[in-house]
Design a protein around this ligand. Structure first.
Ligand code: XLS
Ligand code: NI
Ligand code: NI
Length: 438
């Protein structure tokens, strides 16, 4: 019996159910544009916030009942954590989970102990996955909690720290591979700086570029077929993080020749911290051919940090969901709930309620996007807005047949002012809103 055993497997019961522990909208087998809802959303629950965080913050201790976190992470407590996690995952009836090496394994200090400890839990995770059918969306190494990483991992001023990080990534990538993980993520939590006064920025970037190249090389060496992804974030814990947003990651990948090897895992709350809309990051990633996966959560518009709250506003997510539909869905990515309950949500049921509400929010956004997509008005509006480009002039510019002087001459010979055309922004916004009938 685990902490999460008190409830039945969560099912779809429709919008009118009185059962709070049921899906109102998320109906995994419902077809959306010919594909099952479960296959569009590819929902994952993360190990770290849900099972490995006792509810502490920088001012206060843990508040949540997570008995396995009470003492040091021994084999016994890592085992009960795993038991509870997979109990939760199966009862929630979602297909995936995600984890950091350190979330799951018994604590280890020396390198050889780390290797052994991760292997130990990996075998048990594999058994749980086989018994429950829950799959691994992605694995990742925690290169930010241990004191050795205070100055960064791949951007540490100390090559011995760099090498430790390499050990962790090697082991976690190989474990992810053996567990059939569909992706491997690198979040550069401390790959940045707190002050430029003590930082050699150019050198750190080169080290980081090399590190990523080593990971790519190793991925191919071991035959891992999943996608490697970097997760952008502008700051927190550092003052400035090199992976600040999709555009910065794109430039970085190109600089080190890795743009065909690595994609991005976009987190909603990281986009907003960077001063960008979530859908902007998706659009930027699609334009660069880098779209990989999503860490779904939300920030609080009233404060400026990564609050990792569960999403609750479906209309906000429709523009991003429309882009996902236009892309035909995730290739190997999914919606990973990188979200945590508030510190006062102290009952085990709260973890279910949070995920159920978040998953229903995604389902609502998906259905609204399906309708908007099927109505086609937004696509037509966009097409009309660019219709000038099918003129002879437009085609010649796009074909690269005009130079600057040629364009200047063309304009001069016409002596005309282009006529203004409406951007139809208010209409476009209403074309989203009208399908949000929830
Ligand atoms: C932290 C990040 C982290 C990554 C995984 O802000 O979102 O949780 O997703 O290391
Ligand atoms: Ni994340
Ligand atoms: Ni985050």
């Amino acid at each position: 019996m685990t902490l999460f055993a008190g409830i039945d497997r969560v099912r779809y019961e429709g919008p009118d159910t009185r059962n709070e522990l049921a899906y109102r909208v998320y109906d995994k087998n419902r077809l959306v544009l010919g594909k099952r809802m479960e296959d569009w959303l590819r929902v994952a629950v993360c190990y770290w916030h849900s099972f490995n965080w006792p509810g502490h913050d920088i001012f206060g201790q843990g508040t949540l009942p997570r008995p396995w976190l009470a003492g040091p992470a021994t084999r016994e407590s890592a085992g009960s954590k795993l038991e509870a996690a997979f109990d939760f995952l199966t009862r929630l009836d979602i297909p995936y989970f995600t984890f950091h090496d350190l979330d799951a394994m018994p604590a280890a200090s020396r390198p050889s102990e780390h290797i052994e400890s991760l292997r130990w839990i990996e075998e048990r995770i594999a058994a749980k996955m086989a018994a429950t059918g829950v799959k691994l969306l992605w694995g990742t190494a925690n290169l930010f909690s241990h004191p050795r990483y205070a100055g960064g991992a791949a951007t540490s001023p100390d090559p011995e720290v760099y090498a430790w990080a390499a050990l962790q990534v090697r082991c976690c990538l190989e474990a992810t591979h053996r567990l059939g993980g569909e992706n491997y993520v690198l979040w550069g939590g401390r790959e940045g700086y707190d002050t430029l006064l003590n930082t050699d920025l150019k050198r750190e970037l080169n080290h980081y570029g090399r590190f990523l190249a080593l990971v790519v090389e190793h991925k191919h060496r071991i035959g891992f077929k999943g996608t490697l992804m970097v997760e952008p974030k502008p700051f927190e814990p550092t003052k400035h993080q090199y992976d600040r947003d999709v555009a910065a990651v794109h430039a970085f990948l190109r600089r080190y020749g890795l743009e065909r090897e690595v994609k991005v895992n976009i987190e909603v709350n990281h986009a907003t911290l960077a001063g960008l809309d979530f859908e902007h990051e998706i659009a930027a990633a699609r334009a660069a051919g880098l779209f990989g996966s999503v860490d779904i959560n939300r920030g609080d518009p009233r404060n400026g940090w990564d609050t990792d709250q569960f999403p609750n506003n479906a209309q906000d997510l429709v523009p991003a969901m429309l882009q996902l539909l236009e892309d035909g869905g995730f290739a190997t990515g999914g919606f990973n709930f990188d979200a945590k309950v508030r510190r006062q949500s102290v009952e085990p049921a709260d973890l279910y309620l949070a995920h159920i509400a978040g998953i229903d929010t995604l389902a609502r956004a998906l259905l609204a996007a399906e309708e908007a997509h099927a109505a086609g008005a937004l696509a037509r509006l966009r097409e009309q807005r660019y219709s000038g480009w099918s003129s002879e002039l437009g085609r010649r510019i796009e074909d690269g047949a005009m130079d600057l002087a040629g364009l200047a001459d063309w304009t001069r010979s016409r002596e005309l002012e282009p006529s203004p055309r409406s951007g139809r922004q208010e209409l476009a916004e209403s074309l989203i809103a009208r399908h949000c009938r929830f």
